[in-house]
Ligand binder design. Sequence first.
Ligand SMILES: NC(=O)c1ccc[n+]([C@@H]2O[C@H](COP(=O)([O-])OP(=O)(O)OC[C@H]3O[C@@H](n4cnc5c(N)ncnc54)[C@H](OP(=O)(O)O)[C@@H]3O)[C@@H](O)[C@H]2O)c1
Length: 315
Amino acid sequence: MRYRRLGRTNLQVSELSFGAARGASTQPAEFARTLHAVLGAGINLIDTAPGYDGGQCERALGDVLGGQGDVVLETKYCPYDSYLPSAVYNGSPAALTASVEESLRRMKRGHLDILLGHGLRSVATLDRFMTDGCYDAMVRLQAAGKVRFLGISELSEADGTHEVLRRTVPGGAFDVVMLTLNFLLQTAAKDILPLCQQHDVGTVVMMPLNQASKESGLVSVAAARELVRRHITAGHLPAISPFTDPTLFDFLAPYSVPEAALRYVLAHPVSSCCVGMQSPDRLADNLRAVDPPYLDDARLEHLRQLFGGMRRQVF
Ligand SMILES: NC(=O)c1ccc[n+]([C@@H]2O[C@H](COP(=O)([O-])OP(=O)(O)OC[C@H]3O[C@@H](n4cnc5c(N)ncnc54)[C@H](OP(=O)(O)O)[C@@H]3O)[C@@H](O)[C@H]2O)c1
């Protein structure tokens, strides 16, 4: 495993990180086996949230890790009434503080390594978060030693051009951002990653496979073609060759679609690429993708020509 610097936190984090969003309650033994395999592979950054699996993911992390301190644990506080783009902002400093206390209790930890404002989806609600006491509550938790580093995650299905990050990264309030970058939604590559580099903000990439399901996402040729078809239906791509061709992704060979997708992300100056994986076999698949030289310039350019103009995300 290779490690990269997480911006001004100066933490060295594994370039592949573990998205612990699914599986804790539906297959707890497999979740534990996967987590042990993840640690055995040298992955030292784990992303979770209180809302993942109704708190079960954090609880399972606490049970399996037993509070051990040599893993970088990232969790969140969501200041909205749901994860939908249409959700209503309901953040409050008291709820944020209570949420962190609950996360610490579930994960059996005395401190969190990284606390993110979860899914900040518009500049208007970001501004509320920064001025209604929520951000101040994060700073107080940090001063009290309960949180080491502060950050936010975006909601790329509502903000495909990263207006929230454009606004907040230069301000210096956050050490880390969790953002979407994948070969269908490439918008972060041009402006946001350089901005983060300029301000020494750590970058954890989410949805490298576009939050894949079996039917749609960057997990197989069929699922990737279905995702392209959904973009065509939404009017984001034209219904013409090469987008409609069965051979659209042939140029990625010898890489599979998911391997190329992870190699695409790691070819950029990001700190870590966070992937959801629900079995040790899936982890093994993805460990094969993290050896340099990642994705070569010719394939990167081909992907830029095909999808570099897209500004919206669909699933
Ligand atoms: N707003 C936010 O803060 C936010 C939003 C979304 C995600 N996240 C974080 O980012 C992490 C990653 O995002 P994600 O899990 O939504 O999406 P993802 O990593 O893009 O996709 C994960 C899915 O892809 C499958 N997969 C992984 N590697 C594969 C491979 N080599 N071949 C075929 N299938 C593969 C997994 O399948 P199996 O189930 O079969 O293993 C899993 O269902 C999440 O776990 C979460 O921690 C944060």
